[in-house]
Design a protein around this ligand. Structure first.
Ligand code: SF4
Ligand code: SF4
Length: 229
């Protein structure tokens, strides 16, 4: 699939997810509520390219400089993609341990507690939807139904972004900030040699528990309309 087709599909998936968010009841998420904005955000190369393409050269440089400024600080580097975890679950294996770095770090793309590239933020930021302000309990209170829908979107974005990679937002954007790697990715090669990135995998099975299978159907059909159109 060409990179332009993949980008168009991602726009479609973001629009479907926006409509899903409107269907949810009261959430605590508000502008300037940014406890969830850590350096642990993960994303695919497709989301990274979508983000960088939405910025002019000056804004791109500013974004990459902000990430480079915290280069020496610890970040969560995933060892498994969402679809690899799905394959383990399908095979009856336990999901791997989460070894995220929970150090209260702040995303360097925040300014005055607001995201500087909010309309372009990756799915991992879009899908943080909490019923209570995270500052109250120290974690997001996410409904199980939302977690299921989020997983289906994460699996789908990874599935369509092949050959592409998954990793921490900092690693993905820095890899795409290199002209050679970005060109290689646009031409259909995965920048797997970039530090911290792992190759995306096809979705082996959608991780939807029985109690959510009926509810996910119309959302899945809406997602598919963009895939087949
Ligand atoms: S996920 Fe938590 S910290 Fe982030 S906007 Fe929502 S309530 Fe605020
Ligand atoms: S990219 Fe934006 S929304 Fe995502 S963690 Fe950083 S500041 Fe928050």
């Amino acid at each position: 699939m060409t990179i332009d087709r993949r980008l168009a599909l991602l726009d479609h998936l973001y629009a479907v997810y926006d409509r899903f968010c409107l269907s949810l009841g009261d959430l605590a998420c508000r502008k300037y509520c940014a406890d969830c904005c850590s350096r642990n955000v993960t994303m695919t190369t497709l989301e990274g390219l979508h983000l960088l393409r939405g910025l002019d050269t000056e804004a791109q440089d500013k974004c990459l400089a902000a990430l480079a400024g915290v280069d020496d600080q610890p970040i969560f580097r995933p060892r498994w993609t969402t679809n690899q975890i799905a394959a383990r679950c399908r095979d009856g294996l336990d999901p791997p341990e989460d070894d995220a770095v929970h150090d209260g770090s702040r995303c360097p793309l925040l300014a005055d507690a607001a995201c500087t590239l909010y309309p372009l933020r990756p799915f991992g930021c879009r899908c943080m939807l909490s019923r209570q302000a995270c500052g109250v309990n120290g974690y997001a209170d996410v409904d199980d139904w939302v977690l299921t829908v989020n997983t289906v979107f994460l699996q789908t974005i990874e599935h369509i972004d092949r050959p592409g990679c998954f990793g921490n937002m900092q690693d993905v954007l820095q890899a795409l900030g290199s002209e050679d790697r970005c060109t290689a990715y646009r031409e259909g090669r995965a920048p797997t040699e970039a530090p911290g990135l792992i190759p995306n995998q096809p979705a082996p099975v959608l991780m939807v528990p029985p109690e959510h299978q009926e509810g996910i159907r119309p959302i899945w059909e809406e997602m598919q309309r963009g895939m087949t159109g």
